[in-house]
Write a protein of this length. Sequence first.
Length: 375
Amino acid sequence: EKLIIKCKAAVAWAANQPLSVEDIEVAPPQKGEVRIKVIASGVCHTDQYTLSGADPEGVFPVILGHEGGGIVESIGEGVTSVAVGDHVIPLYIPECRTCKFCTSGKTNLCSIVRDTQGAGLMPDRTSRFTCKGQSIFHFMGTSTFSEYTVVLEISLAKITPHAPLDRVCLLGCGITTGYGAALKTAKVTAGSTVAVFGLGGVGLAVIQGCRVAGAKRIIAIDLNPAKYELAKKMGATEFLNPKDIPASTTIQAHIVSVTDGGVDYSFECIGNVNVMRSALECTHKGWGVSTIVGVAAAGQEISTRPFQLVTGRTWKGSAFGGYKGRTELPGLVEDYLGGKLDIDSFVTHTIKLEDINTGFTLMHEGKSIRAIVLF
Ligand code: NAD
Ligand code: DAO
Ligand code: ZN
């Protein structure tokens, strides 16, 4: 305890290059910090986005990864809410419970460490990672592509040790995001009709949330028909491929025509601003609610005719499903253990750290929902 740990991590030395598994050093946790032995980590879209170099906030060299599960190895000064041996899920949106966001009762977007986290540093503006004598940046306050990482106490959800970390690690991002977008942000109601654009891990979790909410019709939309099978398992009732829509019409006009005026709720789970417009415009006049979950590339803008909103449609957005991680993730873990929340179906591949680049390739080729790196 409290010594430098030498271990393996996947280092991204530069944009657009494969990750490189290296021997690194992880410094002890400082005040308010916790060092974790990472057990498993999902590979998600945002890791890919930052690695591609398209993320203007991206800094290199960096240790990516933000969908992890682990066990507390040691704690820094003043840490009281977790102890050595606790099972935890790192949170890229912290929950300090003191800032104006946390105390507003209106949002999960705790912003207490936003600046340093975005800069790839701990709050004292230094890093805990060193490789070949060089300081390596943190990522999203989590950096889970490492055997050991250092995370703030306020960025950890303590969960029951009975949950398999190689499954519930996915609650660190995609599943929680989609499930909460349906249940917490849009608040889908029983009997409603829904359209979900994009059937990756996020869209599939939206579908699951809509089913739990009692939606009657769930229209699942993807360019890749290979995604429909799992969407059906999650609760989708019908499927639509944008490629099958004749050029003489639009997907929103098509959906409006087959749903007696539009869907009650829609979700964009791709990150494409043109699809965001379709998702808004396929909702019903007077009450349709469209929730943006996909993250578009930096600088992109959305557009629609304002009359769409004047006539009663609502455009919303959701980050991490609106969940406050420390308070609410333990409950989602219990939902998983109780059989209410399906996580297992999202795990399409399990890989070793040495093969982490395969995880990126599978995602890029649309072959995986989630590849889990097992440490
Ligand atoms: P993914 O790549 O696995 O899934 C996207 C799906 O969209 C794929 O199946 C793809 O075939 C499909 N698609 C692409 N273009 C399409 C089009 N024009 N029409 C229909 N389908 C199309 O990604 P994911 O992991 O599910 O993440 C989805 C999005 O959510 C990403 O933008 C990601 O960055 C974002 N995200 C947001 C949050 C948040 O908190 N808001 C959290 C996690 C991820
Ligand atoms: O408070 O400004 C802020 C940052 C909030 C982070 C929200 C992240 C939402 C999407 C992240 C992509 C998935 C990992
Ligand atoms: Zn806060």
